[in-house]
Design a protein around this ligand. Sequence first.
Ligand SMILES: Nc1ncnc2c1ncn2[C@@H]1O[C@H](COP(=O)(O)OP(=O)(O)OP(=O)(O)O)[C@@H](O)[C@H]1O
Ligand SMILES: [Mg+2]
Length: 251
Amino acid sequence: MTPAVSVSDLRKTYKTGTVALRGVSLEVAQGDFFALLGPNGAGKTTIIGILCGLTVKTGGEAKIFDASIDTDPVKAKSYIGLVPQEFNINIFEKVIDIIVDQAGFYGIPRAEAIKKAEPILKDLGLWEKRNEPSQQLSGGMKRRLMIARALIHKPQLLILDEPTAGVDVELRRSMWGFLRKMNAEGTTIILTTHYLEEAEQLCRTVAVINKGEIVLSEPMTTLLQRYGGEEKLEDIYLGLIGAEKEEVKTA
Ligand SMILES: Nc1ncnc2c1ncn2[C@@H]1O[C@H](COP(=O)(O)OP(=O)(O)OP(=O)(O)O)[C@@H](O)[C@H]1O
Ligand SMILES: [Mg+2]
Protein backbone atom coordinates (compact mmCIF):
# COMPACT_ATOMS: atom_id res chain seq x y z
CA MET A 1 0.00 0.00 0.00
CA THR A 2 1.25 3.50 -0.78
CA PRO A 3 2.41 5.19 2.44
CA ALA A 4 0.42 8.23 3.58
CA VAL A 5 3.69 10.13 3.81
CA SER A 6 7.10 9.32 2.44
CA VAL A 7 9.94 11.69 3.00
CA SER A 8 13.41 11.15 1.66
CA ASP A 9 16.59 13.06 2.52
CA LEU A 10 14.63 16.21 3.37
CA ARG A 11 16.83 19.24 4.01
CA LYS A 12 16.11 22.76 5.14
CA THR A 13 18.43 25.65 5.75
CA TYR A 14 16.58 28.86 6.61
CA LYS A 15 17.69 32.20 5.12
CA THR A 16 19.17 33.05 8.50
CA GLY A 17 21.65 30.20 8.01
CA THR A 18 19.98 27.90 10.56
CA VAL A 19 20.17 24.31 9.40
CA ALA A 20 16.82 22.90 10.54
CA LEU A 21 16.76 19.54 8.70
CA ARG A 22 19.86 17.51 7.86
CA GLY A 23 18.55 14.78 5.58
CA VAL A 24 15.35 13.45 7.13
CA SER A 25 13.82 10.24 5.79
CA LEU A 26 10.52 8.96 7.15
CA GLU A 27 7.57 6.84 6.17
CA VAL A 28 4.09 7.00 7.68
CA ALA A 29 1.85 4.07 6.78
CA GLN A 30 -1.77 4.60 5.81
CA GLY A 31 -4.00 4.37 8.87
CA ASP A 32 -1.13 4.90 11.30
CA PHE A 33 -1.21 7.09 14.40
CA PHE A 34 2.30 8.51 14.25
CA ALA A 35 4.15 10.49 16.92
CA LEU A 36 6.83 12.93 15.81
CA LEU A 37 8.75 13.78 18.95
CA GLY A 38 11.74 15.95 19.67
CA PRO A 39 12.91 18.87 21.79
CA ASN A 40 12.26 22.54 21.02
CA GLY A 41 13.93 23.51 17.79
CA ALA A 42 14.46 19.92 16.61
CA GLY A 43 12.75 20.49 13.27
CA LYS A 44 9.22 19.09 13.75
CA THR A 45 7.30 22.15 12.60
CA THR A 46 9.73 22.59 9.72
CA ILE A 47 8.94 19.08 8.43
CA ILE A 48 5.22 19.73 8.79
CA GLY A 49 5.51 23.10 7.05
CA ILE A 50 7.24 21.47 4.09
CA LEU A 51 4.64 18.68 3.85
CA CYS A 52 1.85 21.26 3.84
CA GLY A 53 3.49 23.56 1.29
CA LEU A 54 4.01 26.37 3.80
CA THR A 55 7.79 26.09 3.98
CA VAL A 56 10.10 25.72 0.99
CA LYS A 57 12.57 22.86 1.34
CA THR A 58 16.24 23.14 0.42
CA GLY A 59 16.55 19.53 -0.70
CA GLY A 60 15.05 16.05 -0.74
CA GLU A 61 11.63 14.73 -1.68
CA ALA A 62 8.26 14.23 -0.09
CA LYS A 63 5.07 12.55 -1.19
CA ILE A 64 1.61 12.63 0.35
CA PHE A 65 -0.07 9.39 -0.78
CA ASP A 66 0.50 9.40 -4.56
CA ALA A 67 1.20 13.13 -4.87
CA SER A 68 4.68 14.63 -4.90
CA ILE A 69 4.82 17.99 -3.14
CA ASP A 70 6.96 19.24 -6.05
CA THR A 71 5.06 18.04 -9.10
CA ASP A 72 1.55 17.71 -7.67
CA PRO A 73 1.37 20.24 -4.82
CA VAL A 74 -2.35 21.00 -5.01
CA LYS A 75 -3.30 17.32 -4.84
CA ALA A 76 -0.74 16.73 -2.07
CA LYS A 77 -2.25 19.56 -0.02
CA SER A 78 -5.81 18.36 -0.61
CA TYR A 79 -5.05 15.17 1.33
CA ILE A 80 -3.96 17.08 4.45
CA GLY A 81 -5.80 18.70 7.32
CA LEU A 82 -3.39 20.76 9.41
CA VAL A 83 -3.78 21.88 13.00
CA PRO A 84 -0.89 24.34 13.28
CA GLN A 85 1.18 24.97 16.37
CA GLU A 86 0.42 28.69 16.40
CA PHE A 87 -3.10 30.14 16.47
CA ASN A 88 -3.76 31.51 13.03
CA ILE A 89 -7.46 32.20 13.17
CA ASN A 90 -9.13 35.53 12.53
CA ILE A 91 -10.22 36.62 16.01
CA PHE A 92 -13.04 38.82 14.68
CA GLU A 93 -14.59 36.14 12.51
CA LYS A 94 -17.43 33.97 13.80
CA VAL A 95 -16.67 30.32 14.50
CA ILE A 96 -19.02 29.05 11.80
CA ASP A 97 -17.60 31.46 9.21
CA ILE A 98 -14.05 30.32 9.95
CA ILE A 99 -15.10 26.76 9.10
CA VAL A 100 -17.18 27.73 6.08
CA ASP A 101 -14.41 29.93 4.63
CA GLN A 102 -11.95 27.08 5.00
CA ALA A 103 -14.38 24.76 3.20
CA GLY A 104 -14.47 27.34 0.40
CA PHE A 105 -10.76 26.74 -0.25
CA TYR A 106 -11.70 23.18 -1.15
CA GLY A 107 -14.64 24.18 -3.34
CA ILE A 108 -17.34 23.24 -0.83
CA PRO A 109 -20.35 25.59 -1.16
CA ARG A 110 -21.59 27.48 1.92
CA ALA A 111 -24.82 25.54 2.54
CA GLU A 112 -23.04 22.22 2.26
CA ALA A 113 -20.20 23.45 4.46
CA ILE A 114 -22.64 24.42 7.23
CA LYS A 115 -24.18 20.93 7.05
CA LYS A 116 -20.74 19.32 7.23
CA ALA A 117 -19.64 21.65 10.04
CA GLU A 118 -22.53 20.80 12.35
CA PRO A 119 -21.47 17.28 13.44
CA ILE A 120 -17.81 18.31 13.66
CA LEU A 121 -18.56 21.34 15.84
CA LYS A 122 -20.96 19.28 17.96
CA ASP A 123 -18.33 16.54 18.41
CA LEU A 124 -15.81 19.14 19.53
CA GLY A 125 -18.23 20.94 21.85
CA LEU A 126 -18.30 24.16 19.81
CA TRP A 127 -21.74 24.13 18.21
CA GLU A 128 -23.21 26.43 20.87
CA LYS A 129 -20.39 28.89 20.14
CA ARG A 130 -20.85 28.90 16.39
CA ASN A 131 -22.08 32.48 16.18
CA GLU A 132 -19.44 33.96 18.46
CA PRO A 133 -16.28 35.63 17.18
CA SER A 134 -13.34 33.38 17.87
CA GLN A 135 -11.76 35.90 20.25
CA GLN A 136 -14.51 35.07 22.74
CA LEU A 137 -13.36 31.44 22.95
CA SER A 138 -11.06 30.12 25.64
CA GLY A 139 -7.61 28.83 24.69
CA GLY A 140 -8.77 25.20 24.70
CA MET A 141 -11.80 26.07 22.59
CA LYS A 142 -9.56 27.83 20.06
CA ARG A 143 -7.46 24.67 19.80
CA ARG A 144 -10.61 22.66 19.13
CA LEU A 145 -11.70 25.21 16.56
CA MET A 146 -8.42 24.69 14.70
CA ILE A 147 -9.10 20.94 14.73
CA ALA A 148 -12.64 21.50 13.41
CA ARG A 149 -11.29 23.73 10.66
CA ALA A 150 -8.73 21.09 9.66
CA LEU A 151 -11.43 18.44 9.33
CA ILE A 152 -14.00 20.22 7.18
CA HIS A 153 -12.76 18.76 3.87
CA LYS A 154 -12.51 15.24 5.34
CA PRO A 155 -8.74 14.96 4.98
CA GLN A 156 -7.19 11.48 4.74
CA LEU A 157 -4.18 12.74 6.68
CA LEU A 158 -4.55 14.85 9.81
CA ILE A 159 -1.39 16.58 11.05
CA LEU A 160 -1.55 18.06 14.55
CA ASP A 161 1.37 20.21 15.72
CA GLU A 162 1.09 20.25 19.52
CA PRO A 163 -2.71 20.25 19.62
CA THR A 164 -2.93 19.82 23.37
CA ALA A 165 -0.46 22.50 24.49
CA GLY A 166 -2.16 24.49 27.24
CA VAL A 167 -5.22 22.25 27.24
CA ASP A 168 -6.58 21.07 30.61
CA VAL A 169 -6.46 17.38 31.60
CA GLU A 170 -10.15 16.73 31.06
CA LEU A 171 -10.25 18.35 27.67
CA ARG A 172 -7.03 16.62 26.66
CA ARG A 173 -8.63 13.26 27.46
CA SER A 174 -11.69 14.12 25.41
CA MET A 175 -9.47 15.23 22.52
CA TRP A 176 -7.66 11.88 22.74
CA GLY A 177 -11.01 10.11 22.42
CA PHE A 178 -11.90 12.22 19.43
CA LEU A 179 -8.58 11.56 17.69
CA ARG A 180 -8.79 7.82 18.41
CA LYS A 181 -12.22 7.79 16.80
CA MET A 182 -10.93 9.65 13.73
CA ASN A 183 -8.06 7.19 13.44
CA ALA A 184 -10.35 4.16 13.88
CA GLU A 185 -12.46 5.55 11.04
CA GLY A 186 -9.40 5.46 8.77
CA THR A 187 -7.75 8.88 9.09
CA THR A 188 -3.97 8.71 9.23
CA ILE A 189 -2.73 10.95 12.03
CA ILE A 190 0.64 12.58 12.67
CA LEU A 191 0.98 14.19 16.07
CA THR A 192 3.72 16.25 17.65
CA THR A 193 3.59 16.71 21.37
CA HIS A 194 5.81 17.42 24.34
CA TYR A 195 3.55 15.25 26.51
CA LEU A 196 5.25 11.88 26.16
CA GLU A 197 2.43 10.12 27.96
CA GLU A 198 0.09 11.37 25.26
CA ALA A 199 2.24 9.87 22.51
CA GLU A 200 2.50 6.61 24.45
CA GLN A 201 -1.26 6.42 24.92
CA LEU A 202 -2.25 7.30 21.38
CA CYS A 203 0.41 6.45 18.86
CA ARG A 204 1.37 3.16 17.22
CA THR A 205 4.58 4.46 15.66
CA VAL A 206 7.08 6.85 17.11
CA ALA A 207 9.85 8.89 15.50
CA VAL A 208 12.27 11.05 17.42
CA ILE A 209 14.07 13.95 15.80
CA ASN A 210 16.93 15.84 17.36
CA LYS A 211 18.81 18.75 15.80
CA GLY A 212 17.35 18.08 12.38
CA GLU A 213 18.14 14.36 12.32
CA ILE A 214 15.92 11.35 12.92
CA VAL A 215 17.19 9.45 15.93
CA LEU A 216 14.69 6.60 15.68
CA SER A 217 11.49 5.61 13.92
CA GLU A 218 9.76 2.38 14.88
CA PRO A 219 6.58 0.84 16.27
CA MET A 220 5.82 2.05 19.80
CA THR A 221 5.61 -1.53 21.16
CA THR A 222 8.99 -2.48 19.63
CA LEU A 223 10.60 0.55 21.24
CA LEU A 224 9.05 -0.04 24.66
CA GLN A 225 9.90 -3.78 24.57
CA ARG A 226 13.51 -3.07 23.61
CA TYR A 227 13.77 -1.28 26.93
CA GLY A 228 12.32 -4.26 28.78
CA GLY A 229 8.70 -3.15 28.62
CA GLU A 230 8.93 -1.42 32.01
CA GLU A 231 10.36 1.97 31.20
CA LYS A 232 7.99 4.69 30.19
CA LEU A 233 8.40 6.42 26.83
CA GLU A 234 9.39 9.58 28.68
CA ASP A 235 12.39 7.89 30.33
CA ILE A 236 13.49 6.28 27.08
CA TYR A 237 13.15 9.63 25.31
CA LEU A 238 15.17 11.43 27.96
CA GLY A 239 17.83 8.75 27.70
CA LEU A 240 18.02 9.36 23.96
CA ILE A 241 18.22 13.12 23.95
CA GLY A 242 18.00 14.26 27.57
CA ALA A 243 21.62 13.85 28.65
CA GLU A 244 22.70 16.46 26.19
CA LYS A 245 19.98 18.88 27.34
CA GLU A 246 21.04 18.49 30.95
CA GLU A 247 24.55 19.60 29.97
CA VAL A 248 23.10 22.72 28.37
CA LYS A 249 21.07 23.52 31.46
CA THR A 250 23.93 23.21 33.90
CA ALA A 251 26.64 24.66 31.66
N1 LIG B 1 11.11 31.02 9.86
C1 LIG B 1 12.28 30.65 10.38
N2 LIG B 1 13.40 31.35 10.10
C2 LIG B 1 14.60 30.98 10.60
N3 LIG B 1 14.77 29.91 11.41
C3 LIG B 1 13.70 29.19 11.71
C4 LIG B 1 12.39 29.51 11.23
N4 LIG B 1 11.51 28.61 11.72
C5 LIG B 1 12.24 27.76 12.47
N5 LIG B 1 13.54 28.09 12.48
C6 LIG B 1 14.63 27.39 13.18
O1 LIG B 1 14.67 26.06 12.69
C7 LIG B 1 14.93 25.14 13.75
C8 LIG B 1 13.78 24.14 13.82
O2 LIG B 1 12.61 24.82 14.23
P1 LIG B 1 11.18 24.11 14.29
O3 LIG B 1 10.17 25.17 14.49
O4 LIG B 1 11.05 23.21 13.12
O5 LIG B 1 11.36 23.23 15.62
P2 LIG B 1 10.28 22.35 16.42
O6 LIG B 1 10.84 20.97 16.51
O7 LIG B 1 8.95 22.49 15.81
O8 LIG B 1 10.35 23.02 17.88
P3 LIG B 1 9.17 23.27 18.98
O9 LIG B 1 9.03 22.00 19.75
O10 LIG B 1 9.76 24.36 19.84
O11 LIG B 1 7.94 23.70 18.27
C9 LIG B 1 15.11 25.98 15.00
O12 LIG B 1 16.49 26.20 15.17
C10 LIG B 1 14.40 27.27 14.66
O13 LIG B 1 14.97 28.36 15.36
MG1 LIG C 1 7.20 23.27 16.48
